[in-house]
Design a protein around this ligand. Sequence first.
Ligand code: ATP
Ligand code: MG
Length: 566
Amino acid sequence: MSHDNNAETAIRDASFGAEEFFQERDGSINIGREAVDRHVEDGHSEQVALLWLGKDGARRELTYGDLKDLSSRFGSVLHDNGLKQGDSVFVLMGRVPELYACALGTLRAGMVFTPLFSAFGPEPIRTRMEIGDANVLVTTASIYKRKVAAWRDQIPSLKLVLIVGDGDVPEGCVALGPALDTASPDFDPVKTKPEDPALIHFTSGTTGKPKGAVHVHNAVIYHAYSGKHALDLQPGSIYWCTADPGWVTGTSYGIIAPLVNRVTMIVDEAEFDLDRWYGTIQREKVEVWYSAPTAIRMMMRAGAEATEPYDFSSLRFLASVGEPLNPEAVVWSEKVFGQPFHDNWWQTETGGIMIANRPGMTVKPGSMGKPMPGINAGIVEREDGTLKELPDNEIGELALRPGWPSMMRAYLHEDARYQKCFVDGWYLSGDLAMRDADGYFWFVGRADDLIKTSGHLIGPFEVESALIEHEAVAEAGVIGIPDETAGEIVKAYVTLNPDYNASDELERAVRGHARKKLGPAVAPREIVFRKTLPKTRSGKIMRRLLKARELGLPEGDISTLETDET
Ligand code: ATP
Ligand code: MG
């Protein structure tokens, strides 16, 4: 099969409950309409769609009717400024209500929405805006002045900069607030076609330079389907996705899936804070909670005692994504929340959840669960330009048969790289995994992170999970370093729980614990203690950076690096 045909299979149809969620209209489908107008038409205009919690304690409710009004006005602002269907709108701001109005208004107007982390530095912002041919930027005056003004003129595609918030509007920019006030609230959703581009998401940059994945309006079918069947989103559910829209989870499951499923979603402007989070769950009676291992490990670090003052009885379903979820974390959450975190696996490229511990499934701690109904996943090995599917219990690359609606349609300006992902009718994820005899998938590591030592293949996740079972260990990042005799040896970087101090004695104790759990061939030969581990802004441990630093190699693209303290 030629590469072209392989990529084409990505847009083959599959129903995924489309008929359940959407009535056939005129062949058009628009995410902005499905997320908002449909519910208003069905009489739910007064239902709270978005419950916003400001950093300073403010609390603001926006109904589906409000979202329709605001997103329509935003569409009008774009239109009045001469922008056209297909143009590209970037947002660069914290989690404020305007961000959500912009997202929905952009989609409504048939333009392409690209969210960026507000904490990015000038260079990562600029390169992404260049790659994405940005026509509009929506940001704050402060971010604009500090990070954008100096090079704005060098982005020829950029026609309009909209400024959110009060205060001075920098030269050459337009204040969004007054523009929304005077814009028309009558702006019908553009009749986009299923394959019209809707979203660009940049990958997290964990393994290298971030790629821009393009998604289309038809993706909403899969967002709706997976929101319902992987996260148990039901009309009226109180739902909290803690991810920032700057990475794909915060848009697919922090904007689109919840709204299409007509939930009331919580948006917290603030960053992680233990008491704030626990207090939010209790006060707002959160039912469905979607978070990430890095946050869960921070909760574990604070101990079960910290949860005691709170009532978590509203919680119905807990899910996690972004990194492997250590079995210890699942067991812990059952103890303190009365519910396991349900791990699920997907990527920026897949646009939606592919493998999941779905509601009602038995959770095997440490497993990502099973492929979603309708998703065909396999474990494969490359062999002379073709792929061989591996039997159960063998480690290979996790691959998917393309065909679901939220699959990426391109890597922006990187066609060769895109084509390379498709071989023999499979999409290759770049992750290594294993399927057990019950059909559960187990994450092993990124293909790049696999450690080869004395004839063994070791995935860092297994070693990290064993390490964090030690009472002193909060987080661990494991890499292989070259060794003359063994090929590679396993080295671990570890952060400690409060009340533990780094010492040779503790190092020996942790190493001894790992040897007992994993055996001498797999346990780390060396453990070093660190205050923090290098992570992406979406909270993933950057093992490639641990390795580059260990070996004195170039650090590569570090535009998404969050903590950098060693
Ligand atoms: P880049 O592609 O730029 O290196 P990235 O792969 O981290 O960055 P994302 O698309 O945000 O960018 O993340 C998807 C990856 O995150 C997956 O390929 C996988 O490696 C990891 N991941 C996501 N969910 C899980 C999970 N439940 N278990 C294990 N790994 C996960
Ligand atoms: Mg990736």
